[in-house]
Write a protein that binds this ligand. Sequence first.
Ligand code: 0X9
Ligand code: CA
Ligand code: ZN
Length: 438
Amino acid sequence: MRMTKLAAIFLAALAIVPASVVAASEEGAEIVSVAKTDFAAAGLGRRGLDRLMEKSGRVYLVVSPGEMSALAVLRVPYAVETPGLLRAAGQGVSAAGGLNGAYHSAYELETDLRILERDHPGLASVREIGETLEGRKILALKISDNAAADEGEPAVLFVGCHHAREWISVEVPFLFGKRLLESYDLSAKVRDLVNSSEIWIVPIANPDGLEYSIHVYRYWRKNRRANADGTFGVDINRNYGFAWDFDDIGSSGQPGSDVYRGTAPFSEPETAAIRDLFASRDFRAMISFHSYSQVILYPWGFTTAAAPDGPGLDAVAAAMSGLIRDVRGTVYSYGQASRHLYVTNGDTADWTYSLAGAPSFTIELPPADIDQGGFFNDEAAIGAVFEENLPAMLYLTRYAIDHPLPVRPRIRIRRDRDKPDISPRPDRGGRPAPRLVR
Ligand code: 0X9
Ligand code: CA
Ligand code: ZN
């Protein structure tokens, strides 16, 4: 048994609840809502809490049975929302396909990637770009003509599952790869894209977290780093090396927090793997898939100040939003990440963008809100969510091929948490030198 996050916060903040009341396993977790006023009055909002959402004056949280007891002890009135939300989410997952139904586990993904490689020799190449703390492979699917050879063509990255519980974010990049390979012989448009680029797909950036989410605790978010204080997990979408630790609003220095940034930039094997891949090729665009809320976000995330070519990023996001809406009317709103959603530091898109200005996006997949299922997407919806994203993914790939990045200095920020310093670095202008990846 270990003390859970929310319980730890209660104890630290108020120091009146005996540990026996709050020590609890994560089994039997529920979603509860607390009135925003009570949430604020009890001081629950200050410490990097994992909030699901706010709606109609209430804050939604995931709590273990022990944490629920703590809410009761602290006399914070709460309502259990799980049954209604599960009804809204539809049937969830079927018995076939293992514990997580039609969604991929880490092992199922490896199998399916190897099948694609076997069935499309020459076009598909599976690469191990890293290994997790629990010894799992971080796998990338490279799609290109002559996939086995690295020809230095313009590259695009589509990555999913930084966050363990966001299962739909595995399926969209995976299905994109599958579709490209299966339509190569049928579509001149796809053939042209694949022949003139390298499309890199990392469906599961965080396999340890995903497995934990499948087998132990559905709402797990982080990786499975054993932290020095006995808690687990680093939020790998706070661990990238640009503006890491910029402030305590966009990430947390507390290991138990669900937005814990880790002990150093790229301290985690998952972020190091993406860093090494991205820095080794001519990457010109990136999408990191998450869920949920149906939004398209672009840098900066760490500050509300605009990125150097904010209008350009906005135009690409607008185009992708329009393409998504054209498929079946689903509205994905778009905007600068820090303004449109909230401030984060150390996230993927800020880092990939900071390197050389590659258009970089976070797409939060459906549903729009927790009433429609939150992290529980009905598996029957996987295909439709993929189909509506497909034209935007094709568009960004084409865009990357057609738009070489301007050679320009890397953007750096000062350690004193001052404003971004965009003055040129004397030692190294432009892109990092390409280097081969395993
Ligand atoms: O908080 C995150 O890492 C992402 N949202 S999620 O609910 N999937 O966890 C958003 C990251 C995008 N960046 C910013 N909003 N700054
Ligand atoms: Ca499965
Ligand atoms: Zn996420």
